[in-house]
Design a protein around this ligand. Structure first.
Ligand code: NAD
Length: 360
């Protein structure tokens, strides 16, 4: 049994010394694309059962190929018959590359489709990365804000604490709340899912209430589109809180749809000089109307940072968590010295996005 790891467009390493040793214990041979691990100065190829190979060698021989990026059509043809490809295809996004898989004699699994269940937590890359992004969002804001976060009583006078507003209290938002609290800021948070109120308050932040939101229990915990009446009420409330905030961190996403615009230009016009907005939803259009993709802009003295990949600012921990998630997920395919696809296993079944048997 062989599992191959390909280089990707980001700097994270999908296999660690720890996960390599665990694969080796299962009797799995690990193929790493030449150079993988060098970004973290780890010598993976010196470990037991790890071999350094070219990209083409891995594509044509591994039973399971892991690639953080979807493969190009020309590379799909190089995979061996019935190979398992594990990647991130975001099939819920309109511009996904799932159609490019058609006709290939392979089985493809997308780790962003792993259900958000207790059983799957140890494989949930989205959560691992969102948590790091939420943490780094606060540190980025603290660096950029021309103020302190905590309240300070000094001989020269009292410094008021910064107010941090978090929009969207999912995995990233909750980690941002906890981090901002630890730095001594006053924290407020808003989410359309009322279920998170208790979690927000448990972290010591104030939950901003807007009546009339819709929760859909069938949406797997994800937020759903809201009514126009709710959006108007929400917008009025957010406008008031944005004007009062020193830092706004936005994390609101709608699976498969553009991110909702929560912070309008008019709201930013009312913000104080020096305020900072960190928009983690930049890659899906942004939660702030003024966000310019994955860049940082200065709008009349207000810094607006678009960045949906802040986990890449912590590549050591991001790589460690990513490699653990991949090991926990892919080990389910190794059964009795062969690779098996167990569709009775809900995690495997729900994350399968393509198989040649269903492509006819
Ligand atoms: P996400 O990245 O899809 O969205 C981030 C947050 O933005 C969510 O909390 C969402 O409700 C919120 N949001 C969306 N539209 C909004 C709007 N208009 N205004 C304000 N907020 C808005 O979410 P996520 O962090 O990936 O989490 C998705 C769900 O999965 C959550 O219910 C989370 O608790 C759950 N989850 C469960 C597990 C598990 O049990 N294993 C693991 C991770 C996440």
């Amino acid at each position: 049994m062989e599992i191959g790891f390909l280089q990707s467009s980001d700097s994270r390493c999908p296999i660690s010394e720890t996960s390599a040793k665990k694969f080796a214990k299962l009797g799995v041979h690990i193929l790493i694309e030449t150079g993988l691990g060098k970004q973290l100065q780890i010598e993976l190829e010196s470990l037991d059962k790890v071999s350094d190979k070219s990209r083409d060698e891995i594509l044509s021989s591994a039973d399971i190929v892991y690639s953080s990026d979807p493969l190009e059509a020309s590379e799909l043809t190089k995979l061996k018959q019935n190979a398992v490809l594990v990647s991130f295809y975001a099939p819920f996004n309109a511009d996904n590359k799932v159609d490019s898989l058609n006709g290939h004699n392979i089985h493809v699994f997308s780790m962003d489709m792993i259900p958000r269940t207790t059983l799957a937590q140890s494989m949930d890359v989205l959560s691992s990365m969102a948590s790091i992004a939420g943490y780094k969002a606060v540190l980025t804001a603290a660096q950029k804000l021309p103020r302190y976060f905590p309240m300070l009583m000094t001989a020269a006078g009292t410094v008021k604490p910064a107010t941090v507003l978090i929009l969207g209290a999912g995995v990233a938002g909750l980690q941002a709340i906890a981090t901002a609290k630890r730095l001594g800021a006053k924290v407020e948070a808003f989410d359309v899912r009322k279920a998170v109120k208790e979690e927000v308050e448990g972290l010591g932040a104030k939950f901003i209430e807007v009546e009339g939101s819709i929760d859909n229990k069938d949406a797997g915990g994800y937020a759903v589109e809201q009514t126009e009446d709710f959006k108007r009420k929400q917008s009025e409330k957010i406008a008031e809180r944005v004007a009062n905030a020193d830092v706004v961190i936005t994390t609101a996403q709608l699976r498969g749809r553009p991110a909702p615009t929560l912070v309008t230009k008019e709201m930013v016009d009312e913000m104080k000089f020096g305020s900072v907005i960190i928009d983690l939803a930049a890659s899906t259009g942004g939660n702030c109307a003024l966000t310019e993709g994955e860049t940082t802009i200065d709008y009349n003295g207000i810094q607006i940072v678009g960045d949906s990949h802040l986990e890449n600012k912590a590549i050591i921990d991001a790589s460690a968590l990513l490699s653990n998630n991949i090991y926990n997920y892919t080990k389910q395919f190794f059964k009795e010295d062969s690779v098996q696809i167990d569709l009775e296993n809900e995690i495997i079944a729900k994350s399968r996005i393509y198989t040649h048997e269903t492509s006819a």
